[in-house]
Design a protein around this ligand. Structure first.
Ligand code: MN
Length: 742
């Protein structure tokens, strides 16, 4: 297939722009040749192929290369690998071909990138387990992961042209893995953009609302920033410092996150912006001293809040971040955060890893190996045996976000642990045998329970005994991956004995009843005994938690599943499922048409976590144990957790509500406002008469003139629910009306 003249023109322009960006990394003719060859090979390989949006496919690898060189600051090899990243996966070229043309290093990177996209497109294989293996590339070449993050960033920027199920899968993986990874690699700007894009697709209304509010307050904010910075500027100028100063507005995502976390409206977020001072340090005194000098000038003008002083210079975050954060009382009587950093620190903060490496090579300071330490930890975690890859990922994700405390051994050695770590974490960090035998702890010479939380500066001595053994409750007290894995390994060896015993007890019981053990039997007993899988079921029997006395009655009874019979499915029959699918056609079938992707036994339940009602955008998740399809709201948190871990179980078919008669769905609202006489009456009036809705329950609490209440009603669909919410919101005194999602 030939490219049209139009396409050729678009591509030529994109190539010219990429060449401009490459000027800062291409040092020799050889470099230029390398990039040029990669471009023309990719161009030939993707010839005639288009993205779903309709543009030539090649624009995607070009965009990824731009991100890699402009936004992350990587070099020539990474640009080449970015240009070639989809060639092996999508075209006839093999890794061997790439090696022949570009050498082993590039071939290795392209191979890693190909494997990674294999992971995310796989819907049958064990996504999580495979992902763990691929993460091992971290230990060999972090650039592979970084280019993959760039690839994901471009796909997120262009996610609008994807169908809903693809958007959900992508945003879930992004929020669950890519944003934490970017954070951990210190790619701050990319991490916030990824989070913002996720919010844009998951919560489009809130996203737009916050951005609109930010825009409408911009003028007054600019004035406030000016009033605040003017005196600082005068002082810095007087001291002859070379600097830039600017007000940085928080992203929609972080504002929204704070609103959720603190349960407050936009109007109550006072730290919408922070002031950032980036300066060019003099050769003497140290950068740290110069940062503190600026701190001193600022606190001569404004009063600092001693509790909100963060010195990330004396002890950088373990993703390499360095800066001095101080919060001062501004002229409007509002706390304002000021971040003080040098140019070098700023580059590390924005570009992370790449900048870190650049400065590391220039410096001989022994303190700059935080990143090495982290990589070592990751490598150890990845290599440690863990049967359940999903759990591993869960822990791994946790370890990406935590900030740290520093404690001391009895001999004064320092140990870094995540915030919220307990003495158990400490014990396992020293050695898994110490953890397994721990019975108590001396914290600063005082005996305490082993589950005690420890704090920066504590001196810690673990007390062990041969009779000591970990208990399952410990899992609630630990935060480090190492402790979790060691405790689980210990419990597992114990549990395996229980499983064997339980299995044989169950088989004996079934033999007495003369019923063969079948998949159907298992599907019936698991939920009845509150077990999510066979092993759990057997081990509970083995441990005596489950007794099988009522087994017969459970098997005989025909449970009325909460199956909803009001669905029909609109199936998107697209051929493949890869990111850049070209064709798509819709046709409608009912669930019992015997389509092979939805077997005869496909059953639907409404997920209890988010309780969707007709009209909500919904997505199906096939429970791997029960095979029942759980229908979640597309915004459901639980769904997104599941999608990130078991993406293969998200059903590809789009689920839509069918039209049906007079079924009402239970929905709940929380209402808040200012209490007044007659409010309850007005509320009942609106609900029962104006909206003709059946109320099931109403619960109101009033204190200090504020009322808070919960209203449970039966509604026909989401449209009548929003109508009702509008009406309730209009009642005098009512301040907020929210649907309870979980
Ligand atoms: Mn790609």
């Amino acid at each position: 297939m030939e490219n049209s003249a139009e396409d050729e023109k678009i591509l030529a322009e994109a190539w010219e722009k990429l060449k401009l960006s490459c000027e800062k990394v291409c040092k020799s003719d050889e470099d230029w040749n390398f990039v040029r060859r990669a471009y023309f090979l990719a161009k030939e390989a993707h010839q005639g192929v288009r993205r779903r949006s309709g543009e030539p496919y090649l624009l995607h690898p070009i965009a990824v290369a731009h991100i890699v060189v402009d936004e992350i600051g990587l070099g020539v090899k990474s640009v080449v690998a970015a240009l070639l990243h989809d060639v092996v996966e999508d075209t006839d070229y093999t890794v061997d071909d790439i090696e022949r043309i570009f050498g082993p290093k590039i071939a290795y990177m392209v191979d890693g990138l190909t494997k990674m996209s294999g992971v995310f497109n796989a819907d049958t294989s064990q996504q999580a387990e495979y992902f763990r293996k691929v993460l091992l590339t971290l230990s060999d070449d972090v650039r592979v992961i970084i280019i993959k993050i760039a690839d994901r960033l471009h796909n997120m920027r262009t996610l609008g042209s994807m169908p809903l199920n693809k958007q959900i899968k992508n945003t879930s993986e992004t929020i669950y893995l890519f944003a934490p990874l970017a954070h951990r690699l210190g790619l701050h700007a990319i991490k916030s953009e990824l989070e913002n894009l996720c919010m844009k697709y998951r919560f489009p209304d809130q996203y737009q609302e916050i951005n609109a509010k930010l825009a409408s307050t911009e003028v007054s904010r600019t004035e406030m920033i000016k009033r605040f910075t003017d005196p600082i500027i005068k002082t810095l100028d007087r001291d002859g410092i070379k600097y830039e100063i600017a007000g940085r507005v928080k992203s929609a995502y972080s504002i929204w996150n704070k609103m959720q976390r603190k349960g407050i409206p936009f109007e109550e977020i006072y730290d919408l912006y922070a002031i950032r001072i980036i300066f060019e340090p003099l050769p003497f005194p140290s950068e740290k001293t110069q940062c503190w000098q600026i701190y001193s000038s600022i606190t001569d003008i404004y009063t600092p809040n001693p509790e909100r002083l963060r010195d990330w210079i004396s002890m950088p975050k373990d993703n390499g971040y360095e800066a001095l954060h101080v919060t001062v009382m501004g002229p409007e009587g509002v706390w304002v955060e000021v971040q003080i950093r040098t140019k070098r620190m700023d580059e590390i903060a924005e570009r992370g890893f790449a900048a870190h490496w650049k400065y590391k090579q220039e410096s001989t300071s022994p303190d700059e190996d935080e990143f090495d330490k982290w990589l070592k930890k990751i490598r150890a975690a990845l290599n440690s045996p863990s049967d359940n890859a999903v759990e591993f990922l869960d822990n791994f994700k946790m370890s990406l976000y935590t900030s740290e405390i520093v404690v001391f051994t009895p001999k004064g050695k320092t140990v870094k642990l995540p915030l919220n770590a307990t003495a158990i974490d400490f014990a396992y960090d020293i050695h898994s045998n110490i953890g397994n035998k721990a019975i108590g702890v001396k914290i600063n010479h005082k005996i305490q329970p082993i589950t005690t939380r420890i704090h920066s500066g504590d001196q810690i001595e673990i007390i062990t005994a041969d009779s000591g053994r970990p208990s399952p409750e410990w899992l609630e007290y630990v935060t480090t991956t190492k402790a979790v894995q060691s405790i689980k390994a210990f419990l597992k060896s114990e549990q395996e004995n229980n499983i064997e015993r339980g299995r044989s007890l169950f088989e004996q019981a079934m033999e007495r009843l003369q019923i063969p053990v079948s998949g159907r039997v298992i599907r019936k007993v698991l939920p009845a005994y509150n077990s999510s899988n066979k092993d759990e079921f057997y081990s509970k029997i083995g441990a005596g938690i489950i007794n099988l006395d009522d087994l017969e009655s459970i098997l005989r009874e025909n449970p009325k599943q909460k199956i909803n019979k009001f669905w029909s499915l609109f199936i998107n029959r697209s051929k493949g499922d890869d990111e850049d699918d070209l064709s798509e056609e819709d046709d409608e079938i009912t669930p019992h048409d015997g389509d092979n992707s939805l077997d005869d036994e496909a059953e639907f339940v409404i997920a209890e976590c988010c309780n969707p009602i007709p009209g909500d955008l919904v997505v199906g998740y096939r429970n791997p144990t029960t095979k029942i399809i759980e229908v979640h709201k597309s915004t459901c948190n639980e769904l997104h957790r599941l999608a990130a871990q078991y993406g293969q179980n998200i059903i590809k078919e789009e689920i839509k509500w069918s039209h049906h008669k007079s079924v009402a769905y239970l929905s709940s609202l929380t209402i808040r406002g200012i209490d007044r006489v007659g409010l309850l009456f007005d509320l009942a009036q609106v609900v029962s008469f104006d909206c003709n809705v059946n109320m099931r329950e109403i619960n109101m609490n009033s204190h200090d003139g504020i009322f808070e209440g919960k209203l449970s009603i039966y509604v026909k669909d989401s449209q009548s629910l929003s109508h009702l919410m509008e009406r309730v919101r209009a009642i005098r005194g009512v301040d907020s009306v929210k649907r309870i999602e979980n």
